[in-house]
Design a protein around this ligand. Structure first.
Ligand SMILES: Cc1ncc(COP(=O)(O)O)c(C=O)c1O
Ligand SMILES: [Zn+2]
Length: 407
């Protein structure tokens, strides 16, 4: 086996066939597992990596068997856009957006689902389940659709309709529960365990983070291995941010890059549980709360990957920042109207965080910054509706001119 599993809290190292999900000694919350490689054995060169290939171009650094199952859709290889005029306006040196809204089901989560599916096939499961605020759910539903696997999806019944519709149209078994994400997560674990299905729940399944790291790796490749000073991303459970750190870390360990960027987590003020744990200092402990934000994908009060999300961000020299829902919506409007990038609120949080940090003088003027947009705005357009008044006009040429004059 080219990798082992290591507990993030007690450091015990396991063979992959010894444990399925988390460290038996430390439990689900503290005992999430890291995938560790024998980096000296991995030979990978800059020349073999391309700026638009799918995520499996990093297969040498993924925990997969030789003839692993690859979903037949293009996952990853998403664009990294640079906006020089915006950098000037913001007062920083260079500004980039990694836009993951163009994945097959329109969010960053496809990177994790693709790996979870490969693992489920390798392990001989026929059903995968997930609890999700909506994106991991629609992602698992979409990526299992062209496979022989079945998926069972647990979501808060109040998840945005477009996400629910994705799950239905992809043909997954949908279980919408009248409860918040944190409750849905715990219930799903009980059902999934009883049924013997493969678990694609954030943090519990150690391989998801490995899929999520490919977004960080792509940033390094797309910047010609001259990594940014900061990468900002919205945080809920803390797996995406941990994955982005791990992507840079693995590349550093095999000699592809010479440093790791500061990783900055952005949370909604009403759901800043990872920030609370981080700010309380070491040893990091969960600081659970009741989540309240319109950014549904990061409305998490009991973050499952909180320990990694704190440890990795600290090691990178980064930190956490919280933004209001209003700042998130305004950032979303600016991403769309100035840059042509439609982002769901959780995806806009990263940019809202950058604006706040610049206002507070916490980002240097010569900094090179990447913000990650993790979900397409079409996932949850209704959140933005309150910002716009849309009036119709009668089919009359004078009325139309009058209307145009008023605009
Ligand atoms: C669009 C989007 N952004 C950010 C996140 C946060 O990821 P994590 O929960 O791993 O912190 C999610 C998770 O659902 C998401 O769907
Ligand atoms: Zn442990």
């Amino acid at each position: 086996m080219k990798y082992k599993l290591r507990c993030i809290t007690c450091g015990t190292i396991y063979d992959p066939d010894e444990v399925e999900y988390t460290c038996p000694k430390c439990g689900d919350r503290l005992g999430t597992l890291e995938v560790v490689y024998d980096y000296d054995e991995i030979k990978i060169s800059r020349e073999e990596l391309s700026k638009d290939a799918d995520m499996f171009q990093f297969e040498k650094l993924l925990p997969l068997e030789k003839n692993y199952y690859k979903v037949p859709l293009k996952v990853g290889g998403t664009p990294l856009y640079e906006f020089p005029n915006k950098a000037e306006k913001l007062g920083i040196n260079r500004f980039f957006v990694k836009y993951d809204g163009v994945n097959p089901t329109a969010s960053y989560k496809d990177r994790a689902s693709a790996v979870a599916i490969a693992k489920a096939v390798e392990k001989g499961y026929d059903t995968i389940y997930a609890a999700s605020t909506g994106n991991a759910a629609s992602s698992l539903a979409g990526l299992t659709a062209p496979t022989h696997l079945k998926s069972v999806i647990f979501v808060p019944a109040k998840a945005p309709r477009p996400k629910i519709m994705q799950i239905k149209i992809f043909g997954a078994k949908l279980v919408p529960i009248n409860a918040d994400y944190d409750t849905v997560f715990d219930l799903s674990m009980k059902v999934g365990e009883k049924m013997g299905w493969y678990c694609r729940n954030s943090a519990i399944n150690p391989y998801l983070l490995e899929g999520k790291k490919t977004g960080g790796m792509e940033i390094a490749v797309q910047m010609d291995f001259d990594v940014p000073d900061y990468v900002l991303v919205g945080v809920g459970d803390g797996t995406v941010i941990s994955g982005i750190y791990k992507g840079f870390y693995d590349m550093y360990k095999v000699g592809l890059i010479d440093r790791i960027p500061k990783i900055v987590g952005v949370q909604a003020e009403g759901a800043a549980a990872v920030k609370a744990a981080f700010d309380a200092g070491e040893p990091f402990k969960p600081h659970d709360l009741k989540a309240n934000t319109l950014a549904d994908s990061i409305a998490v009060g009991k973050p499952r990957d909180v320990i990694k999300a704190c440890k990795y961000v600290r090691t990178s020299g980064g930190f956490y920042v919280a933004v209001s829902d209003e700042e998130i919506l305004n950032a979303g409007v600016e991403l769309a109207s100035d840059m042509g990038l439609f982002s769901e609120p959780a995806g806009s949080a990263s940019y809202a965080g950058l604006k706040k940090l610049i206002r507070e003088g916490r980002i240097e003027k010569d900094a090179k910054v990447v913000v990650v947009v993790t979900g397409n705005g079409l996932k949850d357009p209704s959140s933005y509706e309150k910002l716009f008044e849309i009036k119709s006009v009668e089919p009359d040429i004078d009325k139309i001119f009058e209307y145009l004059g008023k605009e």
